[in-house]
Design a protein around this ligand. Sequence first.
Ligand code: NDP
Length: 314
Amino acid sequence: MTCLIAYHDGDETDERQRGWQTRLAAYLPGCQLVPLVDKAADDAEIALVWAPPAGRLAELSQLKLAVSLGQGVDHVMVPGKLPDNIPLIRIVDPDMSHALSQWVILAALDHLRDGPVYREQARKRVFAPHNQRQTRGLRLAVYGMGAIGSMIATRLADIGFQVHGWSRSERPQTSALTMHHGRKGFDNLLSNCQLHVCILPLTDETRHIFDTDAFAAMPRGAYFINGGRGAQVDESALLQAISSGHIAGATLDVFEHEPLPDNHPFWDEPRITIWPHVAAQTNPETAAQQVADAIIAVRAGQDPVNLVDRQRGY
Ligand code: NDP
């Protein structure tokens, strides 16, 4: 099956493109990946992209489907990036939810078991125990209860936290999770939880949702973990909340501007743990089949799975 696929992930090397080429060809023999920016991509039917250059997708006259090279789609949902008539799908990979769950558990327990304190002590050869924090039944909020957030919440409940989830629409309560939605639910979680985990998609509604008021509403000593998108946080408000001692610290995988600039004040705040957007990485080995299925569906005139609601923004 001949199928021309325009590829873009911003990587200077073509190693990841080769990985996708190999994996996709197993399900779509004869498919060919070409760099989106090359003239050869002008006739592509499919775009497999992360943060494509503005205007380029509109030049592909045969384009039938855009595929986000990740679970988030904010990198494509920018005015002028994707023509309105082109369907957009995203990858939904349980392996990514699993990886992100592990990352959140790591961040939460590292804070609660004083990892940064003991690593600093070890660096100075100090062997001194501190009182262990009581964590049983600690209230923890997961903002975003979709493919990833719901797995994170379940795993956190399994290890003894009292987990509260937040979503846009009302979701059923379960025996392990208490569910909240809407602005009232958000305010309730801010003031009643000690740990706050953000795994929301970036939309107009979630941009800077964690602002000065949100951090002020959290109890003194609360901890913040962000695996969603950097622009959901007003970074100077977070820094101020930590500097004042109101918020104990934060573990962040995502930032408003990536890579995090050299002169960003987060680098100098020891209570902030910085990760370079690696909480869960897209893996062609586990994601290629669903991309191939979507391509086959679209070429057969059917709706692909994991279609993004362009109106809603995720
Ligand atoms: P989903 O679309 O499956 O879930 C999104 C969740 O957020 C849903 O529960 C949705 O509510 C909720 N939500 C959206 N908007 C609002 C709002 N305004 N108010 C309240 N809740 C809202 O997304 P995924 O779980 O697959 O992924 C979430 C995000 O994680 C991605 O968009 C991406 O930004 C980030 N991500 C980060 C990675 C990393 O390495 N750091 C890797 C992969 C993803 P409802 O249920 O009502 O629809």
